[in-house]
Design a protein around this ligand. Structure first.
Ligand code: FNR
Length: 369
């Protein structure tokens, strides 16, 4: 059957993938309340479309940290993509570059920064987890720079791994034929089988729980790349990120995989945007599955969004062609949303094009939970 929207890839991935892999990709933390909320919250924001505007030409292009891209839809870092498809991160990199947008490569990729760079030209960011051994971090950042990555997305919401119960039940671990490629030479590429989630044990052993704002400054002493702080949900932390020299902020709850019962990212976005005062761009990830979601995020002040699970699910279903199709469908839906709300450029999307439950509670139907 023909695939007509991004969400449909999830069921196909579920059929194709081993249970341990599918569960790792799909699940959230604990009760998975935030996981559902990341989607549901979008349905509580409605449009205020403008009519009779000439929308015969729509320009969706934008620029992120000075890099021109075709649309404000980018790829979030998701770990271990070769579990989804043998071409893993290569396929994702090629699909992103064909779509003219940015891919963020995970620290825990099953392809190295050099390998991904060798797939051809493309604007790419590198997502960083800070290991206890800072030499490991410094080496990795240097390799990412040399491989032509343009920014560091520093993930700050993972001093410990969230409690993902499916991974505990499945004793999740990286299949033995794969490695965390960036760490292979450093003897940190393998994940032991544990009496728990193997990834949770790996994080407990290797990741630096003492990470703090001073380390954001430290990072700037070892790299000239701009740093995006990924995992901000409050105004307080937005101000601290600005003081610490962040070049941008990613409003993220890690796809609801870390602390459960944090708000959806679309609900947290406006608070962060206001605190950022236009000094740095603010991005969002979490639950974006429709072009209408992209529009809502931009109307609330985001400069762009990132998608996570749609990439791994489409990769599992159809490899590179699947990821290309996901990007194309979101592109087309977003373009249609712009046309139907009377916006011809990204700049024309304003706060007045939407209404949220915190603007006018009576104007919206009850939340569908
Ligand atoms: C992630 N995410 C993530 N984030 C990060 O900083 N480093 C990583 O290695 C990973 N790995 C990862 C694996 C998988 C399977 C998922 C689903 C997520 C979080 C990711 O970057 C992003 O924040 C969310 O995925 C966005 O939410 P959606 O689009 O999946 O709803």
């Amino acid at each position: 059957m023909e695939i007509t929207n991004v969400t449909e890839y999830q069921a196909i991935a579920k059929e194709k993938l081993p249970k341990m892999v599918y569960d790792y990709y799909a699940s959230g933390a604990e009760d998975q309340w935030t996981l559902a909320e990341n989607r549901n919250a979008f349905s509580r924001i409605l449009f205020r479309p403008r009519i009779l505007i000439d929308v015969s030409k729509i320009d969706m292009s934008t620029s992120v940290l000075g890099f021109k891209i075709s649309m404000p839809i980018m790829i979030a870092p998701t770990a271990m993509q070769k579990m989804a498809h043998p071409e893993g991160e290569y396929a994702t990199a090629r699909a992103a570059s064909a779509a003219g947008t940015i891919m963020t490569l995970s620290s825990w990729a099953t392809s190295s920064v050099e390998e991904v760079a060798s797939t051809g030209p493309g604007i790419r960011f590198f997502q960083l987890y800070v290991y206890k051994d800072r030499n490991v971090v410094a080496q990795l950042v240097r390799r990412a720079e040399r491989a032509g990555f343009k920014a560091i997305a520093l993930t700050v919401d993972t001093p410990r791994l969230g409690r993902r119960e499916a991974d505990i039940k499945n004793r999740f671990t990286l299949p033995p034929f794969l490695t965390l490629k960036n760490f292979e030479g450093l003897d940190l590429g393998k994940m032991d089988k544990a009496d728990d989630s193997g990834l949770a044990s790996y994080v407990a052993g290797q990741i630096d729980r003492s990470l703090s704002w001073k380390d954001v400054k430290w990072l700037q002493t070892i790299t000239s790349l701009p740093i995006l702080v990924k995992g901000v949900l409050t105004a307080e932390d937005t101000r601290l990120a600005l003081e610490s020299g962040a070049a941008g902020i990613i409003v993220s709850n890690h796809g609801a995989r870390q602390l459960d019962y944090v708000p959806s990212t679309i609900m947290a976005l406006e608070e962060v945007v206001k605190a950022a005062q236009g000094r740095v761009p603010v991005f969002l990830d979490g639950g974006v599955r429709r072009g209408t979601d992209v529009f809502k995020a931009l109307a609330l002040g985001a400069s762009g969004i990132f998608i996570g699970r749609p990439v791994v699910f489409s990769l599992a279903a159809e490899g590179e062609a699947g990821v290309r199709k996901v990007l194309q469908m979101l592109h087309d839906e977003f373009e249609l949303t712009m046309a139907l709300s009377g916006c011809r450029t990204i700049k024309e999307i304003t706060r007045n094009h939407i209404v949220t439950e915190w603007d006018a509670p009576h104007a919206l139907p009850a939340a569908r939970l």
